[in-house]
Design a protein around this ligand. Structure first.
Ligand code: ADP
Ligand code: NA
Length: 328
């Protein structure tokens, strides 16, 4: 089993990123051969500030290390240091069809009405994603709901390539759905995803937030005046309450019903401080490690360099085989 997954090096990671993605990676590195990369090439599909991109890449790598990614267990690198990603992407662009990419809902969402003004890279983004995983013969790719369609596309591209060139080259990657990955919602609106793009900082808990900031944001989180029920089903119409219980369960690594069994009948006046204590207990060690790592950015860069070297070695035979199959 080989797992490959990437994350864009955008700044300011939040609790949603941690519980929904990063913590799954940390667990995965013990279960499978794992390659995790900072998707700095994907970041180029929208306008970027080079200085910011460089800083975000190091900060994101530091965050992953602080959260528990172990460079002795997982290969951690940034995409740009492994040219096979971009090269294979180009080779696969002869295989991918315009119609396939046109159907991608993320393309439609992100380009919106301004297709003519969107970058070409935004359109071919899923082909680079296909190259990211096919280059390593990944067997499994962790995907959230929003990425399922892109993984399906990677499988279609791999299948057509193998067929067109009469080779058994690319492994078809399977989705790896982690049952423990919750969808964390905004603290201000239980129907919106917690996101770094939300203009309200109070809507999210950032991994760099101080203990006081965490406590304050949770204290001010939107809720209702009802006490907690004893099942999640009874919270169907109470999005904000459901979200806080979901967050508690994820942080405590338990089930939501177990949390409700403990807090049923109590109001948020009691629940929120307990949630804050738990969030601080989980997040403050990560923040402290992150602070230390950011004091030595060169050491973080070295981890990425070493990971890049290992990744280049793993991707090289597949890239060469793809070139050979195509007469290059
Ligand atoms: P954002 O929505 O803040 O821009 P990204 O889209 O960069 O976050 O997501 C990075 C990773 O974190 C992805 O794997 C994504 O599925 C996960 N993720 C982002 N927001 C959440 C959330 N609110 N709940 C759970 N997982 C999330
Ligand atoms: Na996003």
């Amino acid at each position: 089993m080989r797992v490959v997954s990437g994350i864009q090096p955008t700044g300011n990671l939040h609790l949603g990123n941690y519980l929904g993605a990063i913590r799954q990676w940390v667990a995965m590195q013990h279960q499978a051969e794992s390659l995790f990369f900072l998707a700095d090439l994907h970041a180029l599909t929208v306008a970027i500030d080079p200085k910011e991109l460089a800083a975000n890449t190091i900060e994101m790598a530091a965050t992953l290390l602080a959260a528990g990614i172990d460079p002795d267990k997982a290969i951690l690198f940034n995409q740009a240091r492994v040219p096979a990603h971009a090269e294979l992407c180009w080779l696969l662009q002869g295989t991918a069809r315009m119609g396939w990419l046109n159907r991608m809902t993320q393309w439609k969402d992100k380009a919106g009405k301004n297709r003519e003004g969107a970058s070409v890279g935004l359109f071919t983004y899923p082909v680079l994603q296909a190259a990211d995983v096919l280059a390593y013969q990944a067997t499994h790719v962790p995907v959230g709901d929003d990425q399922r369609q892109h993984l399906e596309l990677a499988r279609d591209i791999a299948t057509k390539f193998n067929l067109d060139f009469g080779v058994e080259l690319f492994t078809l990657p399977e989705p790896f759905i982690s049952p423990a990955a919750p969808r964390v919602m905004s603290l201000r609106d239980g129907t919106a995803k917690m996101s770094k793009s939300d203009p309200s900082d109070a809507s999210r808990i950032n991994l760099i937030d101080s203990d006081d900031a965490i406590a304050q944001k949770l204290r001010k989180a939107r809720t209702d005046a009802e006490p907690l029920p004893d099942t999640m089903a009874a919270l169907a119409e109470r999005a904000e309450a459901r979200n806080l219980v979901t967050i508690y369960a994820a942080l405590a690594e338990t089930g939501a019903d177990a949390v409700l069994a403990q807090y049923a009948g109590q109001g948020f006046g009691a629940f929120k401080p307990a949630l804050a204590d738990l969030a601080i207990a989980v997040l403050s060690p990560i923040r402290e490690r992150l602070t230390r790592l950011l004091d030595d950015r060169a050491a973080v860069a070295t981890v990425l360099e070493q990971g890049g070297e290992r990744a280049r070695g793993l991707a090289a035979p597949t890239l060469l085989a793809a070139q050979r199959a195509m007469g290059l």
